[in-house]
Write a protein that binds this ligand. Structure first.
Ligand code: F6P
Length: 324
């Protein structure tokens, strides 16, 4: 390996910059050259690349977003798109890749490294925490803290007005943020994409709580909940439940921004360092991850298998008990 290409792809996540910095500096430390690729797979196809040195990543560890920009690239899903990307990488002398992103990024890396002779190591960067091969993804801790801060603020106003709030958080397929932030924010109920909650069941729960002298209630609704999001849930609950005045708050993309937490910066630094070292050892088509306190690697195919992803059922049960 002479030159390692580094890129971020898919939804940005706080801590991606720390991972870029670690990968770049570890590669340079080992005498390798580094190419930064803008906008993920899109930049490979459009030849948007530049030479990176140690100063290219100065003062970025504390920043949210990604300095390499990102995109969800449809063209890379075509064989022509991938052929163009490979040609551009070859011309630039890039002979190995570090890909930072979520399941879309991993899927692209898996297909590309199967088709072309280019080693790829992935780093899990997504606020969703929905990848196998790691206990935690980069950005998840920061996003949880952002959501909790928002819930706390909503609780202040909800309690002052005796209101019921439906707070929608991100997670199209994954209820990780909803569940964790719901428990940490003391939510009265949590609706998850992985579990169907009937509206009548939810109303029953709220009625039960309303009779317990509560001054406010907060229901966390994951974006991917099968009832169709917080606005729909609130509308349907309101038709039958009028004990509390009802409001909706959709947190949206603010959950993806902000300075990464200390935990995310350290995790990203360890993962960036490990990804490059794994490439140099000859590893490929795998992701780095963290299990307990150990950095591990997992083949991409395994990391992408959804069947291994399980909701923390204990936490679901604890959340219900804590709401009484
Ligand atoms: O995958 C991360 C994520 O933030 C999801 O939680 C969310 O459903 C999605 O990205 C939103 O994507 P976009 O920024 O393209 O709207």
């Amino acid at each position: 390996i002479n030159r390692i290409g580094v890129f971020t792809s898919g939804g940005d996540a706080p801590g991606m910059n720390a991972a870029i910095r670690a990968a770049v500096r570890t590669a340079l430390y080992n005498g390798k050259k580094v190419t930064g690729i803008y906008h993920g797979y899109q930049g490979m196809i459009e030849n948007s690349m530049f030479d990176m040195n140690s100063r290219s990543v100065s003062s970025i560890i504390q920043k949210g977003g990604t300095v390499l920009k990102t995109a969800r690239c449809m063209e890379f899903k075509t064989t022509e798109g991938r052929a163009q990307a490979y040609e551009n990488l070859k011309d630039a002398g890039v002979d190995a890749l570090v890909a930072i992103g979520g399941d879309g990024t991993f899927t692209g890396a898996e297909i590309f490294s199967r088709e072309y002779d280019i080693p790829v190591m992935c780093i899990p960067g997504t606020i969703d925490n929905d990848l196998n091969g790691t206990d935690l993804t980069i950005g998840y801790d920061t996003a949880n803290n952002t959501v909790i801060e928002a819930i706390d603020k909503i609780r202040d106003t909800a309690a002052s007005h005796n209101r019921l709030f439906f707070v929608e958080v991100m997670g199209r397929d994954s209820g990780c943020i909803a569940l964790n932030a719901g428990v940490a924010g003391g939510a009265e109920a949590i609706l998850l994409p992985e579990k169907e909650t009937a509206i009548d069941e939810l109303i029953e729960m709220l009625e039960h709580n309303a009779g317990r002298d509560k001054s406010s209630m907060i229901v966390i609704v994951a974006e991917g909940d099968k009832n169709g999001g917080a606005t729909n849930v609130a509308k349907r609950v309101k038709e039958k439940f009028d004990y509390f005045d009802t409001k909706v708050s959709i947190l949206g993309h603010l959950q993806r921004g902000g300075a990464p937490s200390s935990a995310d910066r350290v995790l990203a630094t360890r993962m960036g360092y490990a990804a490059v070292n794994e490439l140099l050892k000859g590893n490929t088509r795998s992701t780095v991850g963290i299990r307990g306190s150990e950095i591990v690697t997992t083949p991409l195919e395994e990391a992408l298998s959804k069947k291994e992803l399980k909701l923390n059922e204990d936490l679901v049960e604890i959340a219900k008990i804590m709401a009484i």
